[in-house]
Design a protein around this ligand. Structure first.
Ligand SMILES: NC(=O)c1ccc[n+]([C@@H]2O[C@H](COP(=O)([O-])OP(=O)(O)OC[C@H]3O[C@@H](n4cnc5c(N)ncnc54)[C@H](OP(=O)(O)O)[C@@H]3O)[C@@H](O)[C@H]2O)c1
Length: 327
């Protein structure tokens, strides 16, 4: 089995490559010229240099592989155009490359819960619900999904929509642990927040089940560890527990957060360095419920999450401490 992984140099890509190598799979990694290549993988995978915005490089990458895991994407940017350029147009280029070189491939696209949008207090999101993204990131991921689904009869495709993914090497959820280290448990407004989360090893399990199970082309699966999500309070308490520390609630009014995110967005435009503190992220966090169910993946793929939030956070905190990312 030879597979192509786009986004192999990112957080989730690292874990996918590591796991597939342990299973003895042959791996082609599609990377940009200046991407950081993990020393432990250098000699164990084939590197194909290209860019999602260069269709010729994608054509070269798509031929002679059985599965394409498409993880490459932009998770933070200051405007819709940037997200569209990588997440939507980049995926459309990949589709064209598949159509022209290898229609026998199974494309597994790592989308996001953001493509579906927030849930509401009394309804946990299911794959069959209407998608209604509230951020530019979410819109760009949904457009990519739609572009893929248009061709579900031309080649086999599966879409996975992870909720918040955490684990070693992740720089985004690292912020939760940093807040806990500073004894802070910030509450945005007064509404209790509920979020779905998944430990990266469980996500890899789900991705592999999607690769190995015979399903209809075009199926979509949410990926989460727990069908009821986690309250923000519980997430922060668990982060604090994993660091053996304690936290205190700090109530932050929504308008203050909006101002901080707004100015950070302006700074990003000038510095050209993206951060998660941007207006697009604010458009997501102002919704308190981001809860989805993995019931479909459990039924159809036999997905069985192995890590509770507590177990996953303990492993993650241990890694952050070992690497000095957190004291
Ligand atoms: N992390 C989460 O919580 C989460 C949740 C839901 C969905 N997802 C989705 O999962 C996927 C992976 O996320 P991640 O957290 O691993 O992100 P990440 O660490 O930011 O990795 C992104 C990857 O995409 C590559 N990339 C970006 N632009 C590219 C381009 N134009 N051409 C080729 N490669 C390009 C990056 O390469 P470089 O190394 O060159 O930058 C990197 O390997 C994304 O599609 C994201 O939308 C993530």
């Amino acid at each position: 089995m030879r597979v192509l992984i786009t986004g192999a140099t990112g957080f989730i890509g690292y874990h996918l490559v590591k796991h597939l190598l342990s299973l003895g799979w042959e791996i082609n990694c599609f990377v940009r010229k200046n991407s950081y290549r993990e020393p432990e993988f250098i000699k164990r995978v084939s590197w194909i240099v290209g860019d999602l915005n260069n269709i010729n490089s994608l054509k070269q990458a798509c031929s002679q592989v059985d599965i394409i895991f498409h993880l490459a994407g932009k998770i933070k940017a200051s405007n819709l155009e940037e997200f569209i350029k990588t997440n939507t147009k980049g995926t459309e280029n990949l589709i064209q490359a598949i159509l022209q070189t290898n229609r026998n491939v199974h494309l597994i696209y790592i989308s996001s819960l953001a493509a579906s949008g927030p849930s509401d207090k009394f309804h946990i999101k299911k794959e069959s619900d209407n998608a209604d993204p509230v951020s530019s990131y979410g819109k760009s991921k949904l457009l990519a999904e739609e572009a893929i689904l248009k061709h579900k009869n031309d080649f086999r495709c599966t879409i996975i929509r992870p909720s918040i993914v955490y684990g070693s090497k992740d720089k985004e959820t690292l912020q939760f642990f940093k807040l806990a280290r500073f004894h802070l448990n910030p509450h945005l407004g007064v509404t209790k927040r509920h979020l779905s989360m998944i430990y990266v090893n469980d996500l890899i399990q789900l991705i592999l089940k999607a690769a190995s199970t015979k399903t209809r082309s075009g199926e979509i699966f949410f990926a989460t560890d727990n069908d009821n999500g986690h309250t923000w309070n519980n997430i922060m308490k668990t982060a604090a527990k994993s660091l053996n520390t304690h936290i205190f609630p700090v109530f932050v009014p929504k308008f203050l957060i909006k101002i901080v995110f707004y100015f950070s967005n302006i700074k990003t435009k000038f510095s050209k360095k993206s951060t998660m503190l941007n207006i697009d992220k604010y458009n997501e966090i102002k919704y308190p419920y981001w809860v989805c169910s993995s019931d479909k993946a459990k039924r159809i793929l036999n997905f069985r999450p192995k890590y509770s939030l507590e177990e996953g956070f303990i492993k993650t905190a241990k890694w952050y401490k070992k690497m000095g990312w957190i004291k």
